[in-house]
Design a protein around this ligand. Sequence first.
Ligand code: ADP
Length: 501
Amino acid sequence: MAKKFFSPGKTHNEHYRLLIEQVKGYAIFMLSPSGIITSWNTGAEMLKGYKAEEVIGKPASIFCEPGNEHRKVNEALATALRKGHFEETGSRVRKDGSHFKANIVITPVYNDDGKLIGYSNITRHISEQFTEDDLVRSSDEFRILADFLPHVVWTANSEGNIIEWNRSFYLFTGLDPEMIKDSRASHVVHPDDVEQLRTVWRNSVLSGSDFEIEFRLRSKEGEYHWHLGRATPIKNRIGRVIKWIGAAMDVHEQKMSMEKKDEFIGIAGHELRTPLTSMKAYVQLLQKALEATDLNTSKKYADKIHSFIDRLNMLVSDLLDISKIHRGKLPLEFSEFSIDDFIRDAVEVQQTSIKTHWIFIEGHAGVKVRADKLRLEQVFCNYLSNAVKYSPGADNVSVIVEHSQGWVTVTVKDYGIGIPAAQIKQVFNKFFRAHNKKSNIQGLGLGLYISSEIIKMHGGSVGVSSEEKSGSTFWFRLPVYSAPGPDGVAGENQNPSSFHA
Ligand code: ADP
């Protein structure tokens, strides 16, 4: 056993003595070989409530619980002598009679000659609980933080009963904090999710393990939103759950967009496979026609294959455009050109492939625009091909070109199936297809989204009006281009700075 040596005033300098005397977090005092208190530091005074003059010369047993205190002190000192130290965590008494939990270490101290000169006693207060002030302060801080968060936050007791909700919960559900004294949320949880939520929560409370579940919560507007709920138990030092803290995050948008993406992948797969299947069939027919050296029929089949390749090419381009738009990397090459010439040329090209409808141009703008010609053609052709695609019973489409107050508007009007009023606001949304389920008309629901993004990148705007079974009118608007004058200042028709939504 290694002995510790202590020579007051010889091996320990004055600074060291002052240090020990002034330590506040620990009660450090010396006992004589018979257990009488011989020194007393500031920490001891603070922890036990006695001043040095009140305890020096008294037996250490005054700090023990009443009962067989002398025997306990003697046993502790004997153990310290035998083992080199004594350690215990237990209850101690303050001067005012109150009890506190402490960790005590007693070590024998020897002089240079190896003679026992006493014992050092270091007592550390162990806080089993926060003080009342601590609790009030930390729960106030928690409440401020919880109310500040945009997510729903709650606390529950060890039995799993809700103690309180934060501000976001009341804001989202529209419930009155005064009204829901029972703090139950089950009436704002979707009826289909209540049972599972209860089961998972009950299991977590019983096992003391983390809680996690997705469930739908009803908003004050009466709509259910998907939430990701999580809770974790707060345990005391001995591992018993004393409280739960939980939070729920609104994941509705993410969940819906995941669903839309899944649906889109299905549609895209189908759309890509259709022309591929047709191409395979026509390639087989072409082979047969070639074997029979029937050149006319071979040419017919080759043209068919060509049109399916164009379709595939368009689909793949749309997919690539979407990815470029998302990354903000859709490059535009601007040039200035007459909008009237542009529309006339584009209609001429389109009319050669559109056999079912006549395209009529009305109006005349007489101005130039500054735009990426190919991208603008993509927008215009998308409007035109939709007008044809969604008006199978009609035989004409009108294109109207106008110029007013610094803006050029190009309108494509058809006399087709129209769009239900409830869906019209969404037609420019990504992946949206108004006629997806009802009709056999193919599409990815990307063309109008891409068109509106392209027009917005030009500082313009898009819009639609429609009536079911009567037809639709789609338009896009661009700022008129006006070349700067000799002084470098733009003329009257300078692009307006206001932005059309
Ligand atoms: P796609 O035509 O490939 O589905 P779009 O983005 O071009 O995709 O159009 C989105 C949806 O808007 C279409 O699915 C269709 O329901 C509707 N739509 C577009 N143009 C018209 C139109 N001229 N008439 C009726 N509905 C249209």
